[in-house]
Design a protein around this ligand. Structure first.
Ligand code: ADP
Ligand code: MG
Length: 631
């Protein structure tokens, strides 16, 4: 190809869409384009340093690793140059011409809806480069790859739909230079004071020197290596914001310096808010790994387990070899020890917070519990994990309260060997559940589980200290009934006569006959205080949980079969006995029994199809409305 020949290319559709939004809709925080370009330059320098540590050959080894920003106020041009890894022609086409990451078109859609959040999210989704078109009417990238024989190449675009590629002079040095012709309304970005201010705000902690017109403007200090006593909270906050692109300060900053047996420093942060903004799980978890202040890997995922992925930060060690490859990290014994130590630092921080500042811990729980609870499979840390769990429970006054397992244990009744829990869609739904009645009567505390994952958590941890977890719908109530009533019930029901006693027995048999295979058994029970009936499980294991999850996934699965318990001291049940005595084949009786069973299924979240129930209810209302009509 001759030096002057130009090749035209079209942007992919999703990029055109993105550019359209960036150019036409986003006017706030336009300055973040500079943060994005500087962070790309810094990444390119990191990659080059990594190659050199591996001993690779590369072009222009004499060039220092740095970023140079220059501007021409008269012509409204801003230039950002780095001596990093550069790009070959193919890399340029694939890195700058497409959005590589999956789900990007979803992202573009969301970006349209969330205009003002743009500064927070642009960088996270790997579309940082394009933000330059918020301020540029023309961009020229000149780049030469570090590979010895790579040719230099120039990319140009006005951001409207096409870009061109052309070869350039062979003496172009290694690295990338981005020349931005600013829009008329973006001339502020060709001014010394403004550029300095932006770099200080967003790029102060870049670990390579940034020169603005040959003057170094960033601090270039590894904050984590400074003595803790010298660091202010503002500096921690600033570093966190730099690292995470979060606009708010972190909820917690954890600075760890360990010298023996292995040396490492860690600077860890817990964000105030769960950062998975759209629930995309696009935000990759991980900590930046440094060896002797050199960045070895962005977002290393093995330093912390995934369920502690809400933690942001960096880890730096002197005891790892500088040229360690990312592939062999996991097998490195020193690395494994560091990751264990970092994990236990996070645990002890959380434990301390839970103990010393329960309100703050509750805020943490509200934001990050969803991720944290996934730690139920980490058996190595089980003892610490269980102490950090929180549930709403009967010990709390409202749905906002939280109970730890330790508090439960303290408040339970003497001689209690189980921790009871009940599952439901919300606290108010649970409070209607007849299964709760016996716990209220006996003053036995009970955990209210409203997140389906809670049952998985309890099923995998199995026990807390010497206490087993037991669902409220257990069929073995002796363990509960052995406690005396704390809240007395004044029964206004007379004892059944001998004849009624017999009739009641036959009614139960009749109920089983009518319900057939829909129930396993129909039995009398005195676990209920007010309600007519309730449903309990055949086994106490967690099969019911799995059945529920299966049903949520696959609507065709029928309702689970349970045992129906009947309370003789209930007005409706007493009336049913009378009706049964008069006409054991009464149509009304039959319908009422089916209706009662379906209502119990509804309460337990087991009802597959509510149509029949709704229809029957309407008929009852139609009939009963007659009572109120004066004829
Ligand atoms: P991200 O940085 O999240 O990958 P960007 O849109 O900012 O997304 O950049 C896209 C890609 O373009 C980068 O991953 C990198 O491969 C390449 N790139 C951008 N700027 C440079 C640069 N200054 N030097 C080398 N490569 C670069
Ligand atoms: Mg980038």
């Amino acid at each position: 190809m001759s030096t002057n020949e130009q090749n035209k290319f079209e942007f992919k559709a999703e990029i055109r869409q993105l550019l359209d939004i960036l150019v036409h809709s986003l006017y706030t925080s336009r300055e973040i384009f500079l943060r994005e370009l500087v962070s790309n330059a810094s990444d390119a320098l990191d990659k080059l340093r990594f190659e050199s540590l591996k001993g690779s050959e590369y072009a222009n080894p004499e060039l220092p690793l740095e970023i140079k920003i220059t501007f021409d106020e008269k012509q409204n041009i801003l230039t950002i140059a780095d001596t990093g890894i550069g790009m070959t022609r193919e890399e340029l086409i694939s890195n700058i011409g497409t959005i590589a990451k999956s789900g990007s078109s979803d992202f573009v859609k969301k970006l349209t809806e969330a205009k003002e959040d743009a500064s927070n999210i642009i960088g996270k989704f790997g579309v940082g480069f394009y933000s330059v078109f918020m301020v540029a009417k023309e961009v020229n990238i000149t780049t030469r790859s570090y590979k010895k024989d790579a040719v230099a190449i120039k990319w140009s675009s006005d951001g409207l739909g096409e870009y061109t590629l052309a070869d350039v002079a062979d003496d172009t040095p290694r690295g990338t230079t981005i020349e931005i012709h600013l829009k008329d309304d973006a001339s502020e970005f060709a001014k010394q004071y403004r550029l300095e201010q932006i770099i200080k705000t967003h790029s102060n902690f870049i670990s390579f020197p940034i020169y603005l017109e040959s003057q170094k403007v960033n601090t270039v200090a590894a904050l984590w290596c400074e003595p803790k006593s010298k660091i202010t909270q503002e500096q921690y906050d600033e570093f966190y914001k730099f690292l995470s692109y979060d606009n708010s300060s972190p909820a917690d900053s954890i600075h760890v310096s360990v010298d023996a047996p292995i040396q490492f420093n860690a600077l860890l942060f817990i964000p105030q808010k769960n950062m998975d903004i759209f629930g995309f799980h696009k935000e990759e978890h991980g900590l930046d790994l440094y060896v002797r202040r050199v960045l070895i890997q962005h977002k290393n995922q093995d330093l912390l387990p995934e369920y502690l992925g809400f933690v942001k930060g960096i880890v730096d060690s002197e005891d790892l070899p500088l040229n360690i490859s990312r592939e062999t990290l996991q097998e490195n014994a020193v690395f494994t020890k560091i990751s264990k130590a970092v994990t236990s630092q996070v645990y002890s921080h959380l434990a301390k917070k839970a103990k010393e500042n329960p309100d703050k811990y509750a805020e943490f729980w509200k934001e990050h519990a969803k991720v944290f609870k996934m730690g139920y499979g980490d058996f190595e840390n089980k003892d610490k994990f269980v102490e950090l769990l929180r549930f709403n429970s009967s010990l709390n006054e409202d749905e906002k309260g939280l109970t730890s397992l330790e508090e439960y244990k303290e408040k339970m009744r003497d001689g209690q060997k189980e921790i009871y829990y009940i599952f439901g869609p919300s606290r108010s739904a649970i409070e209607f559940d007849p299964l709760l009645e016996i716990f209220k009567r006996k003053g036995i505390p009970i955990l209210y589980l409203t997140d389906p994952v809670d049952e998985f958590v309890l099923s995998s941890i199995r026990n807390y200290k010497d206490l087993e977890f037991c669902p409220a719908n257990t069929k073995d109530t002796e363990k509960i009934e052995k406690f005396d009533d704390i809240n007395e019930v004044s029964s206004q029901f007379e004892k059944l006569s001998n004849d009624d006693e017999l009739q009641f027995g036959s009614l139960l048999a009749k109920m089983k006959e009518i319900l057939g295979d829909a129930v396993l058994e129909v039995k009398e029970s005195n676990r209920l205080t007010n309600s007519a009936i309730c449903l309990v499980n055949q086994d106490d294991n967690f099969s019911a949980t799995f059945q529920r999850i299966m049903r949520m996934a696959n609507k065709d699965m029928g309702a689970p079969k349970k045992i129906l318990l009947v309370n003789r001291n209930n007005k409706l049940v007493r009336n049913l006995i009378s009706i049964f005595k008069t006409d054991s084949n009464s149509e009304y009786l039959k319908n009422m029994i089916i209706q009662l069973h379906e209502i119990a299924q509804l309460t337990e979240g087991d009802l597959v199809d509510p149509h029949a129930l709704a229809n029957r209810l309407l008929h009852y209302f139609e009939d009963s409305s007659d009572w109120f009509v004066t004829k």
